[in-house]
Write a protein of this length. Structure first.
Length: 250
């Protein structure tokens, strides 16, 4: 199950932070590292700070966008502060570890960490099903990137150990029966939804407002299953066909 959980670092500025994150991962038994548009690829400084986790650096995947890094993931959890204009389903660190481990038998799971200074953009956060906030001391909540990776990796490991020891029973490992769409499938649904709403005039292209952002939040919160997403796509297609048949008479 731990092999199904990937750590995704977005646009990391300092290679040393990549190495420190790899070290944090390895101490907790995680090995899947994806780097999204790093300022520099891992170098000698990254290897030095990895302190024995250079194998994780060597196998790290480097991709240009977050969408590519999570395309095959059924669950994406992004690190975020709670103070966002548009709230998103939130987890604490322990809940994130438990949820990631619970869904790992079904599909890859991504834990996404943003830039050292500015974190994830709103567009990147919208690609996540849940946001996770680490409840640090509000008077001094300055966690560096490796600390954040260490904290969530630890929670994943604790959830894994609980299942190995049977503390939550066999159903905790195999209890999830739903098949959730992968991130790439959801993105295609959102594109289909937006195109349909543009065609019907519900969204005005020069002034789209926050409609798609709020709909993304709604569907990410609802977590439609594969067959439910197929039904939604079928509805959108039927709406488009109906509208296009009526166009000549309009």
């Amino acid at each position: 199950m731990l092999e199904q959980i990937r750590i995704v670092l977005v646009n990391t500025s300092h290679t040393g932070n990549i190495g420190s994150a790899a070290r944090a991962m390895k101490t907790m038994g995680l090995g899947e590292l994806w780097l999204v548009d790093p300022v520099s690829p891992p170098d000698s400084q990254a290897v030095a700070l990895a302190a024995g986790a250079s194998d994780i650096l060597g196998s790290a995947r480097i991709v240009p966008t977050l969408a590519e890094a999570v395309a095959d993931c059924g669950l994406v959890i992004g690190t975020s502060a709670r103070s966002r204009t548009l709230s998103w389903p939130m987890l604490d660190a322990r809940e994130a570890g438990e949820k990631a481990l619970a869904e790992a038998p079904r599909h890859p799971v991504a834990l996404v960490f943003g830039r050292e200074r500015t974190g994830l953009t709103n567009d990147e956060l919208q690609q996540c099903h849940f946001h996770v906030a680490i409840p640090a001391n509000p008077e001094y909540s300055s966690l560096n990137l490796a600390m954040a990776v260490q904290t969530l990796s630890y929670e994943v490991r604790m959830a894994w150990l609980a299942r190995v020891k049977g503390e939550e029973g066999e159903e905790a490992i195999t209890g999830i029966e739903q098949d959730y769409p992968l991130s790439d499938d959801l993105e295609r649904f959102y594109q289909h939804l937006e195109q349909t709403l543009l065609e019907t005039g519900f969204i005005i292209k020069p002034h789209p407002g926050q409609v798609m952002t709020k709909l993304r939040r709604l569907f990410n919160r609802a977590r439609p299953e594969d067959h439910e997403l197929n039904i939604l796509r079928g509805i959108l297609t039927s709406v488009q066909k109906k509208g296009r048949r009526q166009e000549p008479n309009s």
